[in-house]
Ligand binder design. Structure first.
Ligand code: HEC
Ligand code: HEC
Ligand code: HEC
Length: 433
């Protein structure tokens, strides 16, 4: 009896594996002769160029010293390093012989021309939401305007069995919601356009939504905030820590200029999103994204200056009779106050630190990054610079400034192990930008 059950179980398992193999298998799509550049209309190519910026294709498909779109950009995951592929129209090492159907299948299903499953380090789970028209425009742009470059793919550094591509079919079965964006009929056209762009090509959730142990975004925690590339991407919901809540106008200002008067600047991994990714999108699209995200936060258009947290922050900045009492306060007065002290109103370009997300997050990471490396001309507000203090202040001094800001300007719990955090972040080195 027991044997029968056992063999029955084994047979079922074999059937299961067989069924999975059939499910996981996809045919190759025939190669084509590379299409000529003039086979695509100008307007379609231009649209594809905008979408390629908004999808940060070049950021992930260009290595530090490599040609644009030629791949081999290393993506560190919890499981190992994955190298992006060459998506220039080179017929041998790029996608020159891919038909639109093959390209579309990659974008919609994460399957390459040969039929192999692609890893979700490539955000096809977002690109799948795009319209046929937008995917065709991306294809037109890549095939006609990107220089074909011969560059062979570096082997991924993933342990067995994670390197087995067919297993990705299981991941897709569990976590991949196939299908284009479906408009919500009770929302405005702008809201739906914003949702389409955010969930699709610009994939904000890839950084702002926490992931589970298998690297999939947790659908029930959309935009709840997450750690990414050793920075914190704050929540884009009512849980955002900024003292003056984000609303439609603030989101628009941030995406358009890289900074807002009351919330913060786009530094670290967010800087290229604004300055390279979104910069070519028309204002209506940025307004649409702002409409959608404003609704996620659900804030009113409250007058910022009557906010008690703003009052507390401004009062804490008022010059003291004697700054020598405490080290953090003294260093702040010497190194920061010249640019960050506001009196009765907050001027653009002079962030008031008690209301800034970097000072209010549960994790001091972003504040420490900014003190170590500043905000470069191509980050935050364009052309405006905050100096970095990597070589001027030691770990203990930076920790004492951070502790002082947190304590004097917010009602949040003190950060623990600050000095240790500064040491760790310093050791990561400055982000290339
Ligand atoms: C977050 C990083 C990231 C972004 C952004 C990104 N890609 Fe990729 N892409 C990858 C990685 C990594 C792979 C390889 C995955 C693998 O080997 O399984 C890949 C693979 C691909 C492939 C399959 C190519 C092949 O030879 O198999 C195509 C096509 C592609 N990307 C197009 C795009 C386009 C178009 C955009 C912009 C709209 C884009 N990617 C944006 C990381 C990215
Ligand atoms: C590559 C990862 C990444 C992507 C993609 C990304 N973000 Fe961010 N975002 C971050 C990080 C990291 C920060 C923190 C930057 C800082 O404090 O200077 C941030 C900060 C922000 C902030 C400021 C939040 C605050 O309270 O200070 C907003 C608003 C924002 N992102 C919106 C977006 C939108 C909208 C998109 C999609 C169009 C997007 N992000 C895509 C990583 C990302
Ligand atoms: C020379 C002027 C100057 C000095 C000195 C300065 N800052 Fe800044 N800081 C700025 C400007 C300007 C910005 C906004 C930059 C932008 O948007 O491009 C900024 C931004 C910031 C931000 C917001 C970053 C974000 O991602 O939202 C923090 C936090 C900050 N500074 C902290 C400090 C601290 C702490 C010190 C002292 C150790 C300091 N600053 C010294 C000018 C300065």
């Amino acid at each position: 009896m027991i044997k029968r059950i056992l063999t029955g179980g084994a047979a079922l398992a074999v059937l299961g594996i067989g069924g999975f193999a059939i499910y996981a298998w996809h045919p190759a799509i025939d190669e084509i002769a590379p299409p000529s550049a003039d086979s695509f209309p100008e307007a379609q190519i231009e649209k594809g160029r905008q979408l390629a910026s908004a999808g940060y294709c070049a950021s992930c498909h260009t290595s530090a010293d490599g040609a644009a779109y030629a791949g081999n950009y290393p993506m560190e995951t919890d499981f190992g390093t994955i190298y992006s592929t060459n998506i220039t129209p080179d017929p041998e090492t790029g996608i020159g012989t891919w038909s639109l159907a093959a390209f579309e299948r990659a974008m919609r299903e994460g399957i390459d021309r040969d039929g192999a499953h692609l890893f979700p380090a490539f955000p096809f789970d977002h690109f799948a939401k795009m319209t046929d028209e937008d995917i065709a425009a991306l294809y037109a742009y890549l095939m006609s305007s990107v220089e074909p470059v011969k560059a062979t793919h570096t082997e991924n550094d993933l342990p067995f069995p994670l390197n087995q591509r067919f297993l990705q079919a299981g991941w897709k079965m569990l976590y991949f919601d196939k299908g284009q964006y479906e408009p919500e009929t009770d929302q405005s056209e702008a809201w739906n356009r914003g949702a389409y762009l955010v969930e699709g090509v610009t994939h904000c959730g890839a950084c702002h939504t926490p992931r589970n142990a298998f690297g999939a975004e947790i659908a029930t925690q959309q935009f709840a905030g997450a750690a990414i590339d050793n920075w914190i991407a704050p929540a884009l919901t009512s849980d955002n820590p900024s003292a003056v809540a984000w609303n439609k106008d603030a989101f628009f200002q941030y995406m358009k200029t890289g900074t807002t008067t009351y919330q913060g600047s786009a530094a670290g991994p967010m800087a290229p999103v604004v300055h390279a990714g979104l910069k070519d999108l028309p204002d209506e699209d940025l307004l649409a994204i702002a409409t959608y995200l404003g609704d996620q936060v659900g804030a009113d258009d409250m007058a910022p200056m009557s906010n008690p947290a703003v009052e507390k922050s401004l009062a804490a900045g008022a010059p003291q009779a004697d700054y020598r009492k405490e080290e953090g306060e003294r260093l702040y007065a010497t190194a920061c106050a010249a640019c960050h002290y506001n009196s009765v109103q907050i001027a653009e370009g002079r962030p008031d630190l008690g209301i800034n997300s970097a000072v209010r997050l549960d994790d001091p990471t972003n504040l420490v990054h900014v003190i170590l490396d500043g905000v470069h001309a191509d980050q935050g507000m364009e052309g405006v610079v905050m100096p970095g203090y990597r070589s001027a202040l030691d770990d203990q001094q930076i920790a004492s400034i951070a502790a002082y800001l947190r304590d004097s300007r917010t009602d949040k719990a003190p950060w623990v192990d600050l000095e240790q955090t500064v040491t760790e972040i310093r050791a990561q080195g400055a982000l290339a930008h």
